[in-house]
Design a protein around this ligand. Sequence first.
Ligand code: AMP
Ligand code: MG
Length: 508
Amino acid sequence: MRSASAPPPTWSAGATYLGGVSTAPLSAITLGDEFARTLPELALPWQAEQVAEPRLLVLNERVAADLGLDSAWLRGPEGTRLLVGNHVPPGAAPVAQAYAGHQFGNYSPRLGDGRALLLGELVHSDGRPRDLHLKGSGRTPFARGGDGFAAVGPMLREYVVSEAMHALGIPTTRSLAVVATGRSVRRETPLPGAVLARVARGHLRVGSFQYASATGDLDLLRRLADHAIDRHHPAAAGAEHRYLELFEAVVAAQAALVARWMLVGFVHGVMNTDNMTISGETIDYGPCAFLDAFDRSTVYSSIDHRGRYAYGNQPAVAEWNLARLAEALLPLFADDQDKAVALAVDALGGFRERYDRTWSAGMRAKLGLPSASTTPLVDELVDDLVALLAENHVDHTSFYRRLGAAARGDTEPARGLVLDIAAIDSWIARWRALRPDADAMDRVNPVYIPRNHLVEEALNAATEGDLGPLGGLLDAVTAPYDERPGRDRYADPAPADFGAAYQTFCGT
Ligand code: AMP
Ligand code: MG
């Protein structure tokens, strides 16, 4: 581990200049300030901390291109300074966003971006706006006790996991770049610092509404809701009860999102209301991880002692968070409070239905069965499999992928993962009688996910200055369904001595 005074590590990859440095001027980039203009009460103008020696570690050329940003220029000195917020286009107005939030069930009236900044909005090639946002860019007035910084490892974790989620088809913030700052960040040990540049449809959170609601300023709450409709749920704009419609749209988006997490075995780890978006994107990859063995009680976060955010609790927590959103929106639902509460309860009731629908269809797809197969026989088959996987501590990701081979007649790879051979044989026989579609299974069951032991390996190497393992992992997980020779170690379950005690950390 490096000490505070050690020389900066030499990075083995990432800082190479592809195609030369473009001379496109910064003034060619326009960063919008719609959020800051529309909601000044939630936008605190602020500047990123100066970085003496920014060094680009990883750049997402695809994301850059979609935003009309020139990768060659981003790799150059001016572009890299943009990526740490030190060189912003004329007219840009970076802000720290204010929000409140329930953290592990306890309400904090003032959280906000303590170490993050919204640089501004860019237009994506799909014609819709995106936020360009930095994490680790220095203390803001919301920093409380925090130092405002971030370490290389956790920022690369967010980069890898968010890009893997995107490749899995799960709505998420995207990662544009990670830039090393050359600064030493004090954690349990001194660590190299970094700034993550990320991109999102929007950074509004349930906590943004909690904050606006707590001010008692109804005009602010209405403006925030109108902004959310305009930006994220435009179909609500024409509705008779537009704010109720907004709430229903967020409920639907979050129910579908969390169902997708469950299907792929993702554990967010810190589902506080300030980490739940209005857009329905996964956000704030802190103590997150993917399941190895299937177990609903799995918790990775070192501080989640009671398992509030355990894998199996995620749907219930999402519903709880959405109830907090409903509370914040109540004054917009109806003047009469009882009526507003009744409307909110009814709308929140849509969560379970939408969750079940997405999850059931997803499970049928994972098993190669038509999504419309609603017979009790299929429900029973799914329930029996879930119980069997839990009882036998089966590796979640590789089981479903290997089941594709079983659909083709080769049952050995899948049954080899299960201790109770009689149970799995009998289950496979029942399932195969329904004639599962193996090719369809291979399109939805990933071979490669960011497995915890590989993420740790890649982050540890990167922290020591070697970006090679990170590159290999990114190659695998950004094409998760496409099995490629020579990459078995990215597909295999974790080694037996890795797992049960695996922990992830917040506030990194
Ligand atoms: P999280 O749950 O990790 O998204 O963060 C919760 C709150 O803590 C947010 O308000 C963050 O901005 C803030 N925060 C986390 N780490 C730091 C840090 N190192 N410095 C300042 N604020 C931080
Ligand atoms: Mg957060």
